[in-house]
Design a protein around this ligand. Sequence first.
Ligand code: AMP
Ligand code: MG
Length: 422
Amino acid sequence: MKPQAPDTQQDTCINPIESAALSVADARESILSTIQARTESERIPLKESLGRILGEDLCAPFDVPPWDNSAMDGYAVRSQDLPGARQCRLTVVGTAMAGRPFDGETLAGQCVRIMTGAMIPRGCDTVVMQEQAIREGDFITIGAGHSGGQHVRRAGGDLAAGQGVLNAGRRISPADLGVLASLGIAQVTVSRRPRIAFFSTGDELRAIDQALDAGAIYDSNHYALYGMLQQTGVEAVGLDIVRDNRETLQHALTQAAADADAVITTGGVSVGDADFVREVLAELGEVHFWKVGVKPGRPFAFGRIGRAWFFGLPGNPVSTLVTYNQFVQPALRRLMGEDVAPPLQFKVTCVTALDKSPGRMEFQRGILETNAAGETVVRSSGGQASNILSSMSEANCFIVLPAEWGDVPAGTLVEVQPFPAL
Ligand code: AMP
Ligand code: MG
């Protein structure tokens, strides 16, 4: 049975077979302008929110720090008492420790021994570092050259009461957890993690606990995809390998789409005799586009089956990783309400020659490193064929080569996109 046609895609649906290849930027743009954030959210304890997408705008309920405090170990003094020239002598009337304020009033000619993080005592407004004070019994002597207000961390100097702190759409980082804890925020609203079903297609594929018979290979995409989905922060639901058979694929896709926000498949998306993804997708749902001018990864399908978005990735392991990174990852981030900026990209010198034919934009695997002269340079991480997964695991960046470029001589300035780990 054909699932109900979605209502949002009339204008972006193009004929899957006759369409020309889209540029990487257009494909990305098309996906991001089609997918809207799913709005369900949940309230969870702060600790569990690491890596989740904030679903509310948060303001500071009070000043951080809540009161003026010392940035140094030393003496809290009154700025009126600071000597303009020569030196002055002050009486130490008490001690202020972090968490143990001095609760007296400090009068003219008096000072208070103070530790980093302690509240500035009433009457004081300045701290003199202990290295710059000479202590003798209950007195200190300080010289000239101090300025009023020095070494004091002002109330609200980090965050002022009422100030916007973090906005909806932000992925919560370890530092964010700290910021929210400093505000006493124990629960946060985050977007629901979308449920993403994924499976590999191919008669040659075996699960890693099976023996390899002649002509068979292990389903490495399942694991690479699982890893990337985990990094993206979605609920990854791995399904069994699907054989190159129309009916089996139809059944698997229908089942997967019924219970997921998106379905991702690898393999079978090209034009070979055992490639059924395109046909089956056209029957079950909608194909948004088919070919992207990218290497590796040209055959790439984006579409929809019922309520679920569909991404059909090419089977070659590096093609799977590249197309996931460039197209699926931003799409899933959008789906969970995250602000999606274009990937960080900058120019560095490539110290190795790169083979390339004009025609498609290429994402070559590179290693960004610091050379002996202290400059950041990039080199190829090895073989660039789309089945060479080892050079992908070695790499820490993509070297992005424009479609029209041919071979790249060593010493050329190239664009790179660093990534944490793929
Ligand atoms: P396909 O996209 O199905 O034409 O596959 C292209 C190449 O990728 C073939 O050499 C496949 O054997 C290989 N391949 C497809 N799926 C996987 C997978 N899940 N794990 C490892 N290699 C795969
Ligand atoms: Mg195949």
